[in-house]
Design a protein around this ligand. Structure first.
Ligand code: GCU
Length: 432
């Protein structure tokens, strides 16, 4: 079975708004020395780098410069002009990474990333620059749509009761199992392309799997033990930026209209990728929750204790310092989200996902909106209230939010509204 951690509502945690200890949100528009941020220049040159540094030191760790200068070799391994009954041009591209000079990674370290790319065939034929949504997937490229042409790559799993990780080709029955979560045909018919990568190509999502991580190509074991060393979320985010490198040199793609998306832990990775890499033009994040867009100091639903206990490898070692100190964390969700400004941001929540605290995600979007306003972009007004269920707000501006019916998941409702939001900002694409 493919790995999915429980979400929704885990007993033993607080879900009662009235039991949240009084808290003050961190202020995206105040420097750590207390001075207010009143100009766009001050935001860009002082506060933004300060916030980024807080996340590097306390949450996700530093992406090493050697990784940012990674050498990758790209090879198109498959191309089809008539995929999905002629709706799409499909391409599969392998990126092979060289380790950094002076580093000898363990033999088992991963160094291959397979990009699955769908472009709307009509837009390719008409030479229209194509907007793209890029995201990491949980269950392998073969799962995102029922297309026998997708070349499967090995997936990680750990059979119940076993301590051994398996890295094996998925069964044919897993093709298209994440169709609902990806809505590839919907994107294509609206004129958008999709690029997706399997997160396990970068790092296996298990405790004690660090020896397989792509991080080993750029950091020595000693460096990986540093208090601010990058973790798995850092590796996944890094992979998104490397896929972006390859999209940016594709002449069919509009280099100014590339959105990054992600759900849950992979929403955290998308948040962190977009925060670090300004070449991402928009962020569509579904239920990234705590350690992502939620307000940790509310401690409603998941806590740092839970994250650190279950998924210590996602974060930098320093993150452990905040166990039991949720209300003191100096890098909280609203600051993470503010790093998107002034680029389009869609924060999506689900009613049945109390574990991720939908209201906390709303408050992050609201708080970050102040930065957008400073930078001259329309965003949520300061008096905005959490909207009614299934009623997105902000679709006509740069910051949108919704809380939909249903559970911790990605649905057609999420995608329909992501597309509306992008259409409003980037112009409606000619339908395929
Ligand atoms: C767990 C984890 C969350 C995470 C989620 C997911 O529930 O506690 O932080 O977002 O898994 O990735 O589905």
């Amino acid at each position: 079975s493919l790995l999915r951690a429980p979400a929704q509502h885990i007993p033993g945690y607080n879900y009662d708004e009235s039991k949240i200890a009084p808290y003050t949100l961190l202020d995206p528009l105040r420097l750590s020395n207390g001075a207010p941020v009143t100009t766009a220049k001050q935001w860009t040159t002082e506060r933004r780098p300060e916030i980024l540094h807080l996340f590097e030191e306390n949450v996700f760790g530093v992406t090493p410069p050697a990784a940012l200068h990674a050498v990758a070799h790209a090879r198109v391994v498959e191309h089809n002009d008539h995929a999905l009954d002629g709706l799409a041009v499909r391409e599969q591209i392998d990126l092979t990474f060289e380790s950094a000079p002076g580093i000898t990674p363990p033999a088992e370290a991963l160094h291959n990333l397979r990009i699955l790319l769908y472009l709307p065939a009509a837009a390719v034929a008409a030479h229209r620059p194509i907007p793209i949504v890029l995201g990491l997937n949980f269950t392998g490229n073969q799962s995102v749509v029922d297309d026998p042409g997708i070349l499967p790559t090995p997936l990680w799993s750990k059979p119940k009761g076993s301590s051994t990780l398996l890295h094996e080709l998925p069964a044919d029955s897993t093709r298209g199992t994440a169709t609902q979560q990806w809505q590839v045909r919907m994107l294509l018919t609206h004129g958008y392309g999709l690029a997706t990568i399997y997160y396990g190509d970068l790092e296996a999502d298990f405790k004690d799997a660090a020896q397989y991580s792509v991080r080993n190509l750029y950091s020595t074991p000693v460096q990986l033990a540093a208090p601010n060393a990058w973790g798995a979320v850092g590796a996944w985010a890094w992979g998104l930026s490397r896929a972006l490198d390859s999209l940016l040199v594709d002449p069919r793609i509009d280099p100014n209209h590339i959105a990054v998306t992600g759900h849950s832990r992979l929403g955290k990775a998308a948040d962190w990728a977009a925060a670090q890499d300004p070449r991402f033009d928009a962020l569509l994040s579904t239920e990234s929750g705590h350690g992502g867009q939620s307000i940790q100091r509310r401690a409603l639903g998941e806590t740092v204790y839970h994250l650190e206990h279950s998924f210590p490898y996602w974060f930098c070692p320093n993150y452990a310092k905040w166990v039991g100190h949720d209300s003191e964390i100096p890098a909280d969700g609203n600051l993470l989200v503010s790093l998107m400004a002034p680029r389009p941001l869609y924060v999506a929540s689900a009613q049945g996902d109390e574990w991720s605290d939908p209201k906390g995600e709303f408050l992050s979007a609201l708080s970050a909106s102040r930065v957008y306003t400073l930078l001259g972009k329309p965003a949520l007004p300061p008096n905005a209230q959490p909207p009614a269920i299934d009623h997105p707000i902000g679709l006509d501006g740069f910051v949108a939010y919704h809380e939909r019916t249903g559970k911790h998941d990605v649905t057609d409702f999420d995608w329909e509204n992501y597309i509306l939001f992008l259409d409003n900002l980037w112009g409606k694409q000619t339908p395929a």
